[in-house]
Design a protein around this ligand. Structure first.
Ligand code: NA7
Length: 537
């Protein structure tokens, strides 16, 4: 929709991924608002537009990695595999954009660089990298949680004679590894997906591992016609399960403690979970994420599996030198990751034992060796959650910079509002459960809540909403308590804690109290007239 007479939009939305597309649809088609999406990329998709690295795939199962707001959309779209691959998700999001005629209200190739709240006019004034300006009553960030690439500052990268890429900024034409010696830094979810695919093409792959990571087989496969029929006929029930669980996935977590089971029962439960594969593994027992002794049983099972798979005992030892409880960092799932180390053209370098010292024109130099390479792949993750927001110079009341407001770590109310920043909503912001949840479930909840809030304001002629400082302080405290009730803070190198980015404040950022619980809190806040927010004309 066009901006009003004064050139002012009702809402500006930053980002055209899963969040931004749905936010546009709700504000425009449900509330009839003049909303515009500003998107840095040349197409829709967000994460799935940028992350085109080999093996890129979603770890949520495809029938759950979908919007559930439209029965027709659910009925018409058909996923091909248990886990959707990046190109298929991108096709899906393009289909959504076309089907709901969203493109006419998206400005592509438009990177937002700054946003300032103009108190006198009660407007957000947004500027782009190209110097354009926009104004709107509401500013809604839909910038994603894992969208700011983290390329480590290793001396010498400028002098490297080969090619280098970060997985989150992958060239659209792809990269041909044929005949190349490839070095991959990073063994998170991304690196674990990429390594087997790169190894199948490259002359040689050297994986540089800093922290040994657990992984469970994904057991990806084409979806059978029976499954597709079942999922279409049962989406109300699937939605009910996704909305009732802590993590928004379409499976329930066992109510049994790992410590109540006999060793034989435990083994058989883990064997069954390993065969089933994927993120469901951690649903085998209820206390895997909350009790260290329970977690140890899962960790030991996975360690034994890896030792069985990997033939070289020295490599297996490096791959299983875990320093954190299972699933305390986001647990990867894989397709033949550990098997890849049995290939003759793959080697593993433990950079904890022998740190990377510099990049030379010819490759990567660790403390005790130089590895000659033609290509370096940085699977080194993201400046998660706060990075994409702080990359925009956001200024609220009295010119308060978000960077300063968050100098000691992010401070939000519900992950949706920030004190000092009126009429700003942060979809999947820090303090929301988003990254600990199947994303589309979190996103639909956030977007619908924001839409309901704006509708509430319009009905009452209110023009201003702002999270109260006390409410944000209490929320941050609650986010910390919720994390401390789990084993999650025990992974000292986790991006949940900001630990992967040097100098970033160590604060556990996502809300670990569970998506279903969070949904209830948000509903309660709304029912109480947006308790914890100050509303004004
Ligand atoms: P992650 O999970 O942050 O993994 C990044 C990996 O890169 C991890 O193994 C890091 O080791 C490693 N890393 C980062 N910097 C360095 C340096 N300087 N030297 C050596 N190794 C380094 O990112 P992903 O992209 O894999 O996954 C992000 C999320 O996307 C994932 O959790 C899913 O939610 C989807 P570290 O563990 O820090 O020692």
């Amino acid at each position: 929709a066009a901006a009003g007479r004064s050139g002012v939009y009702d809402a500006l939305i930053v980002g055209a991924g899963f969040s931004g597309l749905y936010q546009l649809l709700r504000l425009r088609d449900r509330l009839g608002l003049a909303a515009l999406v500003l998107e840095a990329g040349d197409g829709v998709g967000g994460t799935w537009y940028w992350n085109r690295y080999p093996g890129a795939r979603c770890d949520s199962e495809s029938h759950s990695y979908s919007y559930y707001f439209s029965e027709e959309l659910l009925r018409d779209w058909e996923w091909s595999e248990r886990y959707p691959e990046q190109p298929e998700i991108l096709r899906y999001l393009n289909h959504v954009a076309d089907r709901f005629d969203l493109r006419r209200d998206i400005r592509f190739g438009t990177r937002v660089s700054a946003a300032r709240h103009d108190e006198a006019e009660n407007l957000w004034r947004v500027t782009t990298e190209a110097g354009e300006s926009f104004a709107a009553r509401f500013l809604i960030t839909a910038v994603g949680c894992l969208s700011t690439a983290n390329v480590p500052n290793i001396p010498g990268l400028d002098e490297f004679k080969g090619e280098w890429y970060h997985t989150g900024q992958w060239p659209h034409g792809g990269v041909d590894f044929t005949g190349k010696r490839v070095g991959q830094i990073g063994t998170g979810s991304t690196g674990i997906q990429a390594a087997p695919v790169i190894a199948a093409q490259a002359a040689h792959l050297t994986v540089f591992q800093r922290t040994a990571n657990y992984s469970v087989p994904a057991r990806n496969a084409p979806l059978s016609p029976d499954f597709l029929r079942w999922s279409k006929e049962n989406h109300a029930e699937i939605r009910r399960v996704m909305h009732s669980t802590t993590n928004g996935h379409p499976f329930t977590i066992s109510e049994r403690s790992a410590l109540d089971a006999t060793p034989e029962e435990r083994l058989s439960a883990y064997e069954a979970a390993w065969e089933k594969g994927g993120l469901q593994f951690r649903a085998a027992f209820r206390d895997i994420l909350t009790d260290k002794a329970a977690n140890d049983t899962a960790a030991e099972f996975i360690r034994a599996k890896i030792r069985e798979i990997v033939k070289d005992p020295e490599t297996a030892a490096k791959l299983t030198a875990f320093d954190h409880p299972f699933a305390a960092k986001r647990p990867p799932i894989d397709t033949e990751y550990f098997e890849t180390f049995n290939r003759p053209n793959v080697s593993l370098v433990d950079v904890r034992a022998s740190p990377i010292e510099r990049i030379t024109p010819r490759g990567i130099e660790t403390r005790d060796a130089e590895h000659e390479l033609d290509v370096i792949v940085f699977a080194t993750g993201f400046d998660a959650m706060t990075g994409p927001l702080l990359n925009i110079d956001i200024r609220g009341r009295g010119g308060l910079r978000l960077k300063d407001a968050w100098a000691a770590g992010p401070r939000t109310y519900l992950g949706l509002g920030v004190p000092g920043f009126p009429n700003l909503f942060t979809v999947t912001g820090p303090g929301s459960p988003s990254v600990l949840c199947n994303m589309p479930v979190a996103i639909e909840q956030h977007v619908e809540w924001i839409t309901g809030c704006i509708e509430h304001m319009r009905k009452r002629g209110l023009g201003l909403i702002e999270a109260e400082a006390d409410a944000a302080d209490r929320w941050v405290e609650h986010v910390n308590e919720a994390a401390d009730a789990t084993l999650l803070p025990q992974a000292s190198s986790s991006w949940y804690l900001g630990a992967n980015v040097p100098g970033k404040p160590r604060v556990f950022m996502p809300y670990a109290g569970g998506m279903a619980w969070y949904r209830g809190i948000c509903e309660d806040v709304a029912a109480k007239g947006y308790e914890g927010f100050a509303l004004a004309d």
